[in-house]
Design a protein around this ligand. Structure first.
Ligand code: SF4
Length: 395
């Protein structure tokens, strides 16, 4: 275990000593090894034991099999090698500063067109008021994402960042998806690098992972054709990492994408991570159909939610963390996912709008005590972290 002290954050960073990947430690019980053989997953299991990269065909085979528990058990091997029993969460606040958007993604229930009833923009007073509601609460991160408002000037965004830092000087601002950054670059008339540096100077600390949906030209054309194309999304991420900001990556699953497209999505993320090392966490996002243009589609299932976490853990061998995002899949399933490859449960989240507009029945917030209970009951070690995985406290 290596220990460092971050004087800015007064946080102790504990880098877990990787659990030695010895075959004796990692092997599944013999009855499960027989099941792996019978399920035709032996060659994938051998690669997992040897720490070898899985191929596209392996990824498709993992999605094809009905043997969810075997896939989960293999993902758990990788999870424990990378993070042992440590399970991370943070205390965070979500601010969706505007729901006005001109991109018209068919899976979105959050957006309002300019001029449409129910549209809003949060200015300094509303931001102050939002934080005032949580006076006395410890919050280490604010997560800010929103719609693409066609008429807000670039200064709106730099002022927003500065205002948040004025209210909470030590908070980590994780903000702006790649399409928001692209919009800001258009407004700033600077290069993308210069735009990102201007945002950093105003207080931006890292970027979230939302907005890439599925890295597939076909799905892009059908569901979110006004947003960045997959290549443009990857290029913007590349620049974010080059400018020294960490970020995450998501996959919006459970709508029209094929399993083959999900696997290609993983491969494209994995390639970029090989190049930049800038991704921290993969976050599968379950599609919620209510109030969207594709509301005829069924919601995702527990089987698919767990499968996606497990396959993500196995394919994204160079991602340090995988999240079981409780807002999307419920705290209960996120707890179970800790044995299917995930090692992070996101945060306490004070007020989430985007998924709840699309019919999420999960609560808007869960308490620290409940988080700790969920994680301990699953046999893991709860670790409160900051956004970049410095340890704040262990329970
Ligand atoms: S997903 Fe984002 S970009 Fe697309 S319509 Fe909704 S708010 Fe706009």
């Amino acid at each position: 275990m290596s220990i460092t002290v971050d004087s800015d954050l007064n946080a102790v960073s504990l880098t877990p000593t990787p659990v030695a990947p010895t075959k004796a430690d990692d092997r599944l019980p013999s009855y499960m090894e027989h099941q792996v053989q019978r399920a035709g997953l032996a060659s994938i299991y051998d690669k997992v034991l040897a720490g070898e990269r899985l191929s596209h065909a392996d990824g498709v085979a993992l999605y094809d099999t009905r043997e969810l528990n075997l896939v989960g058990a293999m993902a758990n091997i990788v999870r424990e090698r990378k993070n042992g029993d440590l399970t991370y969460f943070n205390r965070n606040l979500h601010i969706n500063y505007t729901n006005i958007c001109n991109k018209q993604c068919l899976f979105c229930a959050f957006d309002r067109l300019p001029g449409e009833e129910g549209g809003y923009v949060m200015y300094e007073d509303e931001i102050t008021e939002r934080f005032a509601r949580f006076d006395g609460h410890e919050i280490h991160e604010v997560h800010m994402v929103a719609g693409i408002h066609p008429r807000l000037p670039f200064e709106y965004y730099t002022n927003l960042l500065r205002h948040v830092k004025k209210i909470r000087p030590n908070i980590h601002i994780k903000a702006f998806t790649m399409i928001e950054l692209a919009q800001m670059q258009r407004l700033s008339k600077l290069s993308l690098e210069e735009t990102i540096y201007a945002l950093k100077e105003a207080g931006l600390d890292s970027c979230p992972g939302g907005g890439c949906e599925v890295l597939s030209d076909r799905v892009h054309k059908e569901l979110f054709r006004l947003k960045l194309k997959p290549e443009q999304w990857l290029e913007t991420q590349r620049t974010v990492h080059k400018c020294g900001l960490k970020s995450n990556a998501t996959l919006l699953y459970g709508h029209i994408e094929t399993m083959d497209e999900r696997v290609t999505h993983f491969e494209r993320l994995r390639e970029l991570q090989d190049e930049t090392g800038g991704f921290q966490t993969f976050i599968p996002l379950a599609f919620h159909p209510d109030n969207t243009e594709i509301s005829h589609l069924p919601p995702t299932t527990g089987f698919d939610d767990l499968k996606n976490i497990a396959v993500g853990r196995l394919m994204l061998d160079n991602f340090p963390h995988i999240k079981g995002y409780w807002t999307m899949i419920s705290p209960r399933l996120a707890q179970v996912s800790l044995s299917y490859g995930s090692d992070d449960m996101d945060g306490t989240i004070l007020e989430e709008k985007i998924t709840h507009e699309a019919g999420a029945l999960t609560p808007q917030e869960i308490t620290l005590d409940y988080f700790v209970h969920l994680i301990k009951e699953a046999g893991r070690i709860p670790v409160e972290r900051d956004t970049i995985y410095n340890e704040i406290q262990r329970f």
